[in-house]
Design a protein around this ligand. Structure first.
Ligand SMILES: *Cc1c(COP(=O)(O)O)cnc(C)c1O
Length: 383
């Protein structure tokens, strides 16, 4: 970061128009600011030398449960396993169906198949880009056991009607909160609505470890006990295995890093919101861009809908601006799920939006100058 800052300064002295170099994401700034704390946490873990499920894990679990407003948190090896273990803890059977949005990271669906249940996809809301409850209702069957709202891009799903539907149908809610740590719906944190909820601390998430990590949050003591066993090969007493399980424990080192970083999460989320609102006001009058409705979003990703998306992305890349698409192929059209028998045309909203979605750079430490440079070039492309 220091290097690139001085690089930029030098260039501006010579040529104000010299293009900046804007990656899609950079984690350097957030870590530079807390580097001393991270290194001292590493030294503490070395000193304690309890590397798996050590005290650091206990104390992070307490901290994250308190932060989330849930009774329990169980540290897990990664977000995908946190989803798998959440579903396993509900004792799903082979024909049980799990409804999930067709636009999400593939892990949401792979967690369902990994536990032997059947993923049933639903189209999304064209304005919020999240799971549409109206659409989800069309896919209810006698085998529906679970619905998985994904707070995609950091935007909380509209939970009122979703919870009401789940209640009426007697199905469980399992939130995929991998992209929305710190977001709230009606003043209540995402990841605290479902019977059991999963999150990921993959490094680029709003709360990210320095490697793979994840967690489950729940108010249920029964689920808490089951998840503790499942993450540790069915064992709570060494070499006594009460149930089947996995090896998916949270490292003490990652827990120690997360305990430091969680104190910055609200600040970082506010910064993400400021960056997003600058982007949105810069692009408000560009009629070739559509801005989604993202009430109370913590902007894990800044996703917009753009005309001529591929050409725009190529144009921006030439200007040293890196963009991505979340996600280019809706899950039902992924080769991995061909066997489920879905076809093109099954989910028209998600399929259409997959052609238009573009995610612009957004990361902690991004300057106004950088945001404006991206926006200027978006506008320049359409002119
Ligand atoms: C990142 C992510 C996951 C999976 O997390 P990992 O820690 O990478 O396994 C699951 N669901 C969503 C929506 C994600 O963004």
């Amino acid at each position: 970061m220091l290097l690139s800052q001085s690089f930029r300064k030098t260039n501006h002295i010579f040529d104000k128009k010299y293009p900046l170099n804007i990656p899609f994401v950079s984690l350097k700034k957030q870590h530079n600011d807390i580097e001393k704390q991270l290194i001292s946490a590493l030294q503490d873990v070395l000193e304690n030398s309890s590397f798996i499920l050590g005290n650091e894990v206990d104390s992070f679990e307490k901290k994250y449960a308190t932060y989330s407003g849930t009774k329990y948190c169980i540290g897990i090896g990664n977000g995908t396993d946190a989803l798998k273990i959440s579903l396993r803890a509900l004792d799903l059977n082979k024909d049980d169906e799990v409804i999930l949005p067709v636009n999400s990271f593939i892990a949401t669906a792979m967690a369902v198949t990994a536990v032997g249940a059947k993923p049933v996809f639903s189209d999304i809301d064209e304005n919020t880009l999240n799971l549409s409850v109206t659409e989800a209702k069309k896919h209810l069957s006698k085998d529906t056991k679970v619905i998985v709202p994904v707070h995609l891009y950091g935007t909380p799903c509209s939970m009122d009607n979703l919870l009401e539907m789940a209640n009426n149908q007697n199905i469980h809610v399992v939130e995929d909160n991998a992209q929305a740590q710190g977001a709230t719906w009606n003043e209540k944190k995402t990841g605290s609505f479902g019977l059991v909820n999963a999150t990921s601390f993959y490094p680029t998430k709003n709360l990210g470890a320095l490697g793979d990590a994840g967690a489950i949050t729940t108010d249920s003591f029964d689920i808490y006990k089951k998840a503790c066993l499942l993450r540790n090969m069915g064992s709570s007493i060494k070499y006594l295995h009460e149930s089947d399980g996995y090896n998916s424990r949270l490292d003490s080192l990652q827990a120690a890093f997360l305990s430091i970083k969680i104190d910055y999460l609200d600040r970082w989320n506010e910064e993400r919101q400021k960056i997003a609102s600058r982007y949105k006001s810069n692009l408000l009058n560009c009629k070739h861009i559509r801005l989604p409705q993202q009430k109370n979003s913590v902007y894990h990703i800044l996703a917009l809908l753009a005309e001529d998306r591929n050409e725009l992305a190529a144009f921006l890349l030439k200007k040293n601006i890196q963009t991505l698409v979340h996600y280019p192929i809706p899950i039902h059209l992924q080769p991995a799920f061909k066997y489920l028998g879905y076809a093109k045309g099954d989910f028209p909203i998600a399929e259409q939006q997959a052609q238009e979605l573009i995610s612009l750079p957004l990361y902690i430490g991004m300057s106004n100058e950088e945001i404006d440079y991206v926006c200027e070039n978006v506008i320049k492309f359409y002119n």
